[in-house]
Design a protein around this ligand. Structure first.
Ligand code: 16G
Ligand code: MG
Length: 566
């Protein structure tokens, strides 16, 4: 390690005094102008992680669904997964180190993690379309270079495309070719093969309106569309040509406001979907004949996918173990439908993609989705091999089903939830099953629900267990929630400290919207009283508060806001 060079270059990417950031659920995120030093340091850290794992590591510059002025960064581990938790801590330490402590922190990390500094390092970098992203990714490269790492800058990529590249590179090309062309070809080939087998290919099944959140998804979908145009025609909206990134559009806006994005004209029963700003989330929706808006969220996507996979397995005659992974936010109706109607085991994990991904790896086939539209399906290596064999050995209908499954496996991005890949999976399944968007929506009816947020002095006073479904502290809070829940039918409620904002989140569902709203309000009051609420007491009737925007991970729990920068 050339400590002199590190000190010299680090000074060119100086940390603003007093700025404390935390590597949270999805990396670092805050105002772009506060991130230069973090980018440089994440370049350094990626080199250490690459040396330690003897693998390629990814660095993605994006702030997903946050406003255009924000930015963020996250590291991608060797198999395309999120960074290991112990390294998240190193990331936080390194990002917050004062200039004079940088050398010590780097040496500490290297020693703790037994990094062989002589080992070669390789880092791949991707970025979204934010105006600040190009310069910030250059700072990542500066960090990589000063520690002697090699790198490849992919330039503009969706987040899941970068995960895919990392996965490909570390599996000797077995997963696919680590180029954008390789990604397009792998997915499109699988999609076209699948849709060729769909008997009902009338126009209504084959065109889709896509809201791209004015982000990177638009660019990449435009590049890709001619590869799969045989199977689907996409009409792009909010493609970045005029609107602002994530402004009044995108998956996060549609899900949290429960209304269509601006800039998209929707006729009744037309199938539409929205990506988020870095295209790792997707939700579907439509307007019915009466003009009512219907949202089809991650829960219904998981249901469609897992029922299709299960049907194929039955057809092939394979009894593989398939599981669906959700979080506490999954609508109770979806869990009931999966367990009782489809007889698929359902598991609940804490919020955050890494928790779901990890759990899904335990099954032969693990389907995971958060209600907000993050998700994918994972297939064990043994299953992939078995299906490949079946596609060659079996006959007739069974062979056809095995072939379909083989293509579906290729169509999923198993490195990370991917809006483009999920969209193609969904479109293929709808075409193959001859389902309209309304029929898909009618699989079950969501229980009315409400999400609220409560300001408290220190959200760390709330700790939870049972995959965030029960509060352990502060004392008395869970008992209070239990008593409130008893007052309503088909009801459920939980609270958890947000991992991305300085608030406590409240979720409630019940048999009617009115009951869900009441319950959410009452639980908010309990949080306010028992967990040190600050500011105005929660008022009845939900406010737009819950749908205000996330500034992710800007400061540690309990700190006031990001203007603590001196
Ligand atoms: C992050 C997570 C997302 C989770 C959300 C919860 C990733 C890539 N993203 O955006 O999965 O749903 O945080 O936010 O893991 P919250 O803790 O503020 O509710
Ligand atoms: Mg995202």
């Amino acid at each position: 390690m050339d400590l002199g060079a590190i000190t010299k270059y680090s000074a060119l990417h100086a940390k603003p005094n007093g700025l404390i950031l935390q590597y949270g659920t999805a990396g670092f995120r805050t105002k772009a102008e506060h991130l230069d030093h973090v980018m440089f340091r994440m370049g350094l850290l990626a080199v250490l992680r690459s040396k330690q794992t003897k693998s390629t590591i990814g660095v993605m510059v994006t702030a997903s669904h946050n406003p255009e002025e924000d930015n963020g960064v996250k590291l991608v581990d060797p198999l395309g997964e999120m960074l290991a938790p112990s390294w998240e801590e190193h990331a936080t330490c390194l990002a917050n180190a004062e200039e004079q402590d940088m050398q010590r922190v780097l040496i500490d990390i290297s020693e703790k993690e037994a990094v062989n500094l002589q080992q070669d390092a390789f880092v791949v970098i991707g970025r979204d379309t934010r105006p600040s992203s190009e310069k910030l990714s250059q700072s990542v490269i500066d960090g990589v270079t000063v520690l002697g790492g090699q790198f490849h800058d992919y330039g503009l990529l969706t987040t899941p495309q970068l995960h895919y590249m990392v996965y490909c590179r570390n599996t000797g090309g077995r997963y696919g070719k680590a180029t954008i062309e390789g990604y397009y070809q792998k997915l499109s080939k699988a999609f076209v093969e699948l849709t060729k087998q769909a008997s009902c290919s009338g126009d209504e099944y084959r065109s889709l309106k896509v809201d791209c959140a004015n982000g990177i998804g638009a660019l990449k979908l435009r590049e890709m569309e001619h590869y799969f145009s045989q199977g689907l025609s996409v009409q792009l909206f909010n493609d970045g040509s005029k609107g602002k990134l994530n402004h009044l559009c995108g998956a996060d806006f549609v899900k949290s406001h429960q209304k269509p994005p601006q800039g998209m004209e929707i006729k009744s029963n037309e199938r539409c979907c929205s990506f988020d700003g870095d295209a790792d989330r997707i939700v579907y929706y439509y307007h019915d004949a009466d003009g009512h808006f219907h949202l089809i969220d991650g829960d219904k996507i998981a249901t469609l996918i897992s029922s299709f996979l299960k049907e194929l397995l039955v057809e092939i005659g394979e009894s593989l173990n398939i599981g669906v992974v959700q979080t506490a936010y999954a609508n109770g109706s979806s869990t009931r439908y999966l367990e009782e109607v489809m007889k698929v085991p359902v598991y609940c994990t804490k919020t955050g993609v890494k928790h779901l991904h990890h759990k899904a790896q335990e099954f032969d086939i693990g389907v995971y989705f958060e209600a907000n539209g993050h998700g994918t399906a994972l297939f064990s290596t043994a299953v992939e091999m078995k299906i490949k064999q079946s596609a060659e050995q079996l006959e007739d209908k069974k062979r056809k089903a095995a072939k379909m499954l083989e293509n579906i496996i290729d169509l999923f991005n198993q490195a990370a939830g991917d809006a483009i890949s999920d969209m193609l999976v969904i479109e293929a399944i709808l075409a193959l099953k001859g389902l309209t968007v309304q029929q898909w929506d009618a699989l079950y009816t969501d229980l009315p629900n409400r999400q609220l947020k409560v300001q408290v002095a220190d959200r760390r006073v709330i700790s939870t267990t049972n995959a965030e479904r029960q509060a352990v502290t502060p004392p008395g809070l869970q008992e209070a929630i239990n008593d409130l829940v008893k007052k309503y039918k088909l009801s459920r409620a939980f609270v958890r400290p947000s991992g991305t904002e300085d608030v406590v989140r409240v979720y409630a569902e019940a048999d009617s919207q009115e009951s869900a709203d009441h319950l959410a309000h009452e639980v908010s009051l309990a949080v306010f009283q028992l967990a040190g609420g600050i500011g105005e007491r929660p008022q009845p009737g939900y406010k737009a508060a819950e749908i205000t925007h996330n500034i992710n991970n800007a400061f540690g729990p309990g700190t006031a806001n990001e203007h603590t920068v001196l």
